[in-house]
Design a protein around this ligand. Structure first.
Ligand code: HEM
Length: 461
């Protein structure tokens, strides 16, 4: 067996580099070694092969005869999500949980959330004050969190919903710095050394969050309401082949998964989209022309299909993918991947970040160019912000729908401009990515519809 190359740097140093600046490290290794390389970032510094070529992506994600995607390899998520999450379980149990969770995030069920998304966006926009800069990610986080809370629990207002919103935001902030992310990579550091330490603080917030979630589950068990259509009700009604229902702990872990996976990523994607739209006047101009052509109160399905808005969202998720990586895939039988003979048990990760920066697919990959998505179609292994195969994101359609409805609402209602002209770059935020500094926008006023777009384009600076 020959693993793809790896430098002779000590594993601990590589691990620390991986935690502090993962994207720069992946780019550096690609320059040195090409399409495949090995990093010691697995359990106990275990070797992980990184791939980015579309052909390798296709093999690891779509060939379930030779590859598997075991939940145990996602145990880094367990301290936040639990051991019974769809992300941390494997095999038949994983498939069953996916089947249970997918329907509410698709088709008509999903579209039914459009009014909610619009309402929540309006609530958040009403807090913006004219000429006062605001942090975009805080606003998009509030939108995405309220939307997912409502979808999952059927609650957004009322004290429990508000407390959960506040606690979840704080809990994720707690794990966002590279230092805290480092603790996730080194389980030995996961010790409660008091409320003044990051992990101690995280555990306390987690206990408060858990208490609220268990209270909600308890209340539902005591007062079942068959008319409810939220996801918690759906999970509580589900039974496995043996007629067993989910336990409270299983329900809790699944809810946490949806709450966390369902808002962190979308919030960041929306913040980046607003950044690019206001950084590049030509993008904003073209988008406004498209949105204005719809007239008042457009149907959400029409918004969802708008070509340029779709291209802007796609390019946002290409240039700085919120999830840098797919979950690990593991070799089942001896096989050859991109010229390397791999033995069973070898762990391989798809670098979505690197695939999206390939010059051969995306000329001038550093440039934000939505037109790429109008000019050509990319395969599911050339463009994959939501991964693929057996662990492909279950919120894919929901997230894209939410992004478009929120952007359409904001852009057609208010005029915004960037508060300053700084370059913002992606950085690690916990186990995903986010802007490295606060993106701030200023509201200049309401948008008068049908005003020539050129008069409303804000100058940057
Ligand atoms: C822009 C937003 C989002 C991005 C970029 C994103 C990206 C991803 C990626 C890359 C994966 C791993 C796929 C793989 O390994 O093949 C994933 C998995 C997952 N995502 Fe998302 N996601 C987003 C939004 C959401 C939303 C809104 C939800 C829930 C409502 C969600 C729930 C999940 C779950 C549960 C999994 C695990 C699936 C499994 O293990 O079977 N995600 N997502």
């Amino acid at each position: 067996m020959t693993l793809p190359p790896s430098p002779s740097t000590p594993p601990l140093v590589q691990m620390l580099q991986w935690i502090a600046r993962p994207m720069a490290l992946m780019e550096d290794y690609t320059r040195r070694y090409g399409d495949c390389f090995t990093l010691p970032v697995g359990r106990n510094f275990g070797s992980v092969v990184f791939v980015s070529h579309p052909q390798a992506m296709q093999e690891i994600l779509s060939d379930s005869k030779h590859w598997e995607a075991p939940g145990e390899f996602n145990e880094i998520f367990a301290p936040i999500l639990g051991k019974h999450s769809v992300i941390t379980v494997s095999g038949a149990r994983h498939q069953r949980q996916r089947q249970l969770l997918m329907p509410p995030f698709h088709g008509e069920r999903m579209r039914a959330y459009s009014q909610l998304i619009e309402k929540v966006t309006e609530q958040v926009m009403s807090q913006w004050r004219q000429d006062e800069p605001f942090c975009v990610r805080s606003s998009t986080q509030a939108i995405a969190l309220r939307v997912i809370l409502k979808a999952v629990f059927g609650l957004d207002e009322g004290p429990r919903g508000q407390q959960l919103e506040h606690l979840l935001a704080a809990l994720l902030d707690e794990t966002s710095s590279p230092f805290s992310a480092g603790i996730l990579y080194f389980p030995i550091l996961q010790r409660d050394l008091g409320p003044l330490t990051p992990w101690g603080n995280f555990l306390r917030r987690q206990r408060e969050t858990d208490k609220l979630i268990y209270e909600e589950i308890q209340e539902r068990r005591e007062h079942p309401d068959p008319t409810r259509t939220d996801i918690l009700s759906l999970l509580m009604a589900a039974q496995d082949e043996a007629g067993e229902s989910m336990t409270d702990v299983e329900l809790h872990d699944e809810l946490m998964t949806l709450l966390v996976a369902g808002h962190e990523t979308t919030a960041t994607a929306l913040a980046w989209a607003l950044y690019w739209i206001h950084k590049l006047p030509s993008v904003r101009e073209r988008l406004l022309e498209e949105l204005d052509s719809l007239g008042d109160d457009p149907d959400p399905n029409t918004i969802f299909r708008l070509p340029y808005l779709s291209a802007v969202c796609a390019e946002t998720l290409r240039i700085y993918p919120v999830a840098m990586l797919t979950f690990p895939r593991v070799v089942k039988v001896p096989l050859s991947l991109m010229g390397y003979d791999l033995k069973p048990g070898t762990v391989v990760i798809g670098s979505i970040y690197l695939t999206h920066r390939r010059e051969d697919l995306y000329p001038e990959p550093e440039q934000f160019k939505p037109e790429r998505f109008l000019e050509r179609q990319f395969s599911a292994y050339e463009y994959l912000p939501f991964g693929g195969g057996s662990r492909r994101c279950i919120g894919l359609a929901f997230a894209q729908f939410e992004m478009k409805v929120v952007l359409a609402k904001i852009l057609s209602r208010v005029q915004l401009k960037l508060a300053d002209n700084r370059e913002v770059r992606p950085t690690r935020r916990g186990l995903v990515t986010a802007p490295d500094s606060s993106i701030r926008l200023v509201m200049m006023g309401q948008r008068q519809e049908k005003m020539p777009v050129s008069q409303t384009v804000a100058s940057v600076g």
